[in-house]
Design a protein around this ligand. Sequence first.
Ligand code: PHE
Length: 319
Amino acid sequence: MYQQITRRATLRALIGASVAAFGNLNARAASVVPEATGYADVPGGKVWWMRVGLGPKTPLLLLHGGPGAGHNYLLSMKALADERPVIFYDQLGCGRSDAPENDSLYTIPRSVEEVDAVRRALGLDRIVLFGSSWGSMLAIEYFVTRGGLGVEKLVLSGALASIPQAVAGMRRLLEALPNGGGARLRTLEAQGQLQTDEYQSLVQSFYEKHLCRAVPWPPDVLATVDNISKSPAYRVMNGPNEFTIIGNIKDWERRSDLGAIRVPTLITTGQYDEVTLDCAQTIMEAIPGSQLLIFEGCSHMTMVEKPVEYVRALRAFIA
Ligand code: PHE
């Protein structure tokens, strides 16, 4: 054990030196450096990816939420790159990736094709697949429609298998907002007052309870919110905000298809997650042998709110 740690530490020091010496690294150099970035061709454009780490264990591929949130809020999972490559990418329509203003591109089937294209571009034959929120939907959809080839384990965070189920849960959370805030939100929406300060501050109070409780929001969360606000993918697929799901994912339903998932699966959620506990429980009950972890005091962005505990739990599961 002692020797292993020492060797790793030495390797990391060496790698640090080569990164400094060569500056901006291309994909070809990635096999000898801990961090590389590049672009992959996917249907509809190019997406930006980042691969961190080079350990021997199965690569971890991360699917962010939103759609359109970008990789930023997942960065605490870089800590897992001491044992395996961890791959982040911004899906088409957000962050550093192309974001064509062509609404017809932003669909669930294209996003599934994008996962395959990213795997091909990076040679990811075997993966541990992680999906957060919309990313959990994408991971489920990917598994159900593609059969999960080469996917060894699955982690579903803030997870849902049905938008109608998640929307019903959000309705309950809105109704529980203090001072009739939920009803007020709906009234303002009905009047088309989404740009008013009152509406925006009610949205913010919902987000600070159920989206991310690490207040004030750290830079990675601000970057995520910025990504979402600019993303055609969010507008077309999700809708104007987290609890007004009027985009093209609104009827998505895979509860009865979860039996297709036959790999070890970890489901995580926060105590106050905007994607309510019943959504996670439904998945747990349908995937034999799966485990559910509830992070106390957390909401939807558990990996931001309790990064150390989150990474520790993932490390143990994907070991
Ligand atoms: N907007 C959520 C996310 O962060 C996804 C979501 C959509 C959750 C609809 C529930 C209902 O990815």
